[in-house]
Design a protein around this ligand. Structure first.
Ligand SMILES: *[C@@H]1O[C@H](CO)[C@@H](O)[C@H](O)[C@H]1NC(C)=O
Ligand SMILES: *[C@@H]1O[C@H](CO)[C@@H](O)[C@H](O)[C@H]1NC(C)=O
Ligand SMILES: *[C@@H]1O[C@H](CO)[C@@H](O)[C@H](O)[C@H]1NC(C)=O
Ligand SMILES: *[C@@H]1O[C@H](CO)[C@@H](O)[C@H](O)[C@H]1NC(C)=O
Ligand SMILES: *[C@@H]1O[C@H](CO)[C@@H](O)[C@H](O)[C@H]1NC(C)=O
Length: 544
């Protein structure tokens, strides 16, 4: 009897002890801001800060100066960032005595000076900015935020940085900006800082793509590589060949021309390019659902039929149509994983190869080069996956951008031959590899193995790839974030900034993940063994 009654009590005591211990453990590892660190992600190139804490007026006004000061992109961007910064301070308290309406704030004005009168978004567009948080001078005690830029896109980057300096303070119920005065002079290390999104393996609704674009802008990524179609589905409307999107999974999982244009326009307002990909001649099985003539035979449905003029007429038609949607000068032609064996097993293709004195690998080259010619004739710069370079570098158009993925060491070879290159080594920068920890992503260096400075310039940058076999709307953001942020800092910040110890970076990455969460991005815990897994137990965002 005694035994039985004591046992639950013993267990209860143990549980209490455990609860007390775990509370103690949590508290002792609590997140404190370290004032010698800068909680801006990615880290700016150059900065100085002070030690004053300022309040920011929720009715922060904007004064636009310079030739490009009146662009809609800028005014909309400012309003968007105000909504982000003052999210919590706009509500009205039902408890009158808890309302704290201040009449005096330290910062009530932002001045943005834009030198260029162009809002064209080209690769390498000037994204630099200088941000000052400084006293207005004279007798006034007021402060001012000033952003000086060459283009509106630099201004957007500056606004992002400003927004990261601001934080809502729950005690004073106002937005505060600490460590003022600030002087930040910043610019990206690489012009191309990409994220691939694959909408063929799973379809993503337009609003989901927009929210991904928004989240990219928080980490200053600037290229959405839209892998629109692949062998599994063809979701995009092509007016000249209206049966192509019969290859969509269903009639609801499709993008109209207007949808695609909307995505491109939306991205532009965030300073983000959209690079479309039409992957040929492999990865194209879905095309034949609407146009079975594209299949060499019913048992050989890809690569596309290299023998028919129809194949190239159709490719030319697709490119003409989508050129109107995608103004970005880079266009991705795929060219990867082409299984040429099945061409050789198809009698009419085999005959054509014989007539043209080609082996299947020659026909692969013929196809890729023909597609390149068509893309170039539409005033596009062709991007191809590295297999094309590995197989026939000498024949590729010299404008070709080689897109690495098969492992390390390809960009050094590509730039040695004078080609431009994009780094996406799949060992580290494929986000669908959920067992790759953030440190490996962070420490992958696009310029590794390239010492010559003029060759280094040929590396446009890099891209993390969100292949979507195992993601859809239900888990895409937590697979992208926070690990894509590790690549984003690698691509933006100086090598010196990047050499801080992993502990420091981890601490800042925790902070950035929670910033993403506050903005509604479903960023997963940072240190789980498998990325995107849910939290392992109750705890704060700041140390999970
Ligand atoms: C704050 O960061 C600096 C620089 O990394 C480091 O030396 C210091 O130990 C940190 N302080 C705390 C309390 O973590
Ligand atoms: C702020 O910095 C100044 C100059 O570096 C120093 O004199 C002052 O004591 C600091 N104030 C606080 C509150 O730390
Ligand atoms: C295919 O195109 C080539 C080159 O433009 C042309 O010479 C040939 O006659 C065309 N073949 C057919 C069957 O139309
Ligand atoms: C770097 O590459 C450029 C262009 O190919 C070449 O002219 C130059 O000699 C190289 N510099 C060194 C130090 O190898
Ligand atoms: C950080 O971690 C990576 C591997 O995860 C390692 O290669 C690198 O040397 C570490 N860097 C520092 C500064 O500790």
């Amino acid at each position: 009897m005694l035994h039985l009654s004591e046992k639950p009590h013993f267990i209860y005591t143990c549980l209490m002890l455990l609860a007390w211990v775990s509370q103690y453990v949590s508290l002792s590892t609590g997140f404190e801001l370290n004032h010698s660190l800068t909680y801006i992600w990615p880290l700016p190139h150059e900065l100085t800060s002070g030690n004053e804490t300022l309040t920011v007026n929720p009715t922060l006004s904007l004064s636009l100066i310079g030739k490009g000061g009146n662009f809609k992109i800028l005014r909309e961007g400012f309003r968007r960032y105000k909504r982000i910064i003052f999210k919590q301070s706009s509500g009205v308290s039902i408890f009158k005595n808890l309302r704290r309406i201040r009449s005096i704030y330290d910062i009530s004005q932002m001045r943005i000076i834009v030198n260029s009168d162009s809002d064209e978004l080209k690769l390498g567009v000037d994204e630099s900015y200088t941000l000052f948080i400084t006293k207005t001078g004279g007798k006034s005690t007021a402060w001012e935020a000033i952003i000086e830029v060459n283009t509106v896109y630099g201004a957007l980057r500056g606004l992002e940085t400003f927004s990261q300096l601001c934080a809502y303070d729950y005690t004073t119920k106002s937005v505060q900006l600490s460590k003022a005065p600030w002087y930040i002079k910043d610019k990206p290390r690489f012009a191309y800082r990409g994220l691939l999104l694959d909408t063929s393996r799973h379809y993503f609704p337009v609003d989901v793509i927009k929210s991904i674009i928004d989240s990219m802008s928080y980490a200053k990524l600037n290229v959405l590589h839209w892998h629109i179609i692949d062998e599994q589905s063809f979701p995009l409307e092509i007016p000249k060949y209206p049966k192509l999107w019969n290859g969509a999974y269903t009639k609801w999982e499709r993008y109209t021309v207007e949808d695609a244009s909307k995505i491109v326009r939306f991205a532009k307002t965030r300073g983000i390019h959209v690079m479309a990909e039409v992957d040929v001649p492999g990865h194209a099985k879905s095309w034949g659902v609407g146009y079975p003539d594209l299949w060499p035979s019913t048992s050989c449905r890809e690569p596309l039929d290299v023998t028919k003029n129809f194949t190239f007429d159709l490719i030319s038609g697709i490119f003409s149509d989508i050129r109107k949607i995608f103004p970005f000068e880079l266009f991705h032609l795929g060219g990867d994983e082409v299984n040429i064996g099945c061409w050789n097993n198809t009698p009419h293709v085999k005959q054509w190869l014989k007539d043209n004195n080609m082996k299947p690998k020659d026909a692969y080259k013929y196809f890729v080069l023909k597609a390149q010619e068509i893309a170039i004739s539409k005033n596009w710069t062709p991007v191809n996956w590295e297999e094309t370079f590995n197989a026939f570098a000498g024949s590729l158009n010299p404008q070709t951008v080689v897109h690495n993925w098969l492992g390390p060491g390809v960009c050094p070879k590509a730039v040695a031959k004078g080609f431009k290159c994009i780094f996406s080594n799949s060992d580290v920068w494929y986000l669908d590899h959920v067992d790759v920890p953030w440190e490996q992503i962070y420490n992958a260096e696009p310029l590794e193995g390239i010492d010559n400075e003029s060759k280094q310039k040929l590396v446009l940058g890099g891209e993390v790839c969100m292949w979507s076999e195992m993601v859809d709307t239900s888990n895409v953001q937590q697979t992208i974030w926070p690990r894509a942020a590790a690549a984003a800092e690698r691509l933006w910040s100086t090598k010196t900034a990047l050499s801080a110890g992993n502990d420091t970076v981890l601490h800042r990455l925790h902070y950035f993940r929670c910033l993403l969460q506050r903005r509604g991005v479903q960023a997963a815990p940072v240190t789980n063994y498998y990325a995107r897994q849910p939290p392992v137990g109750p705890d704060s965002c700041y140390w999970q």
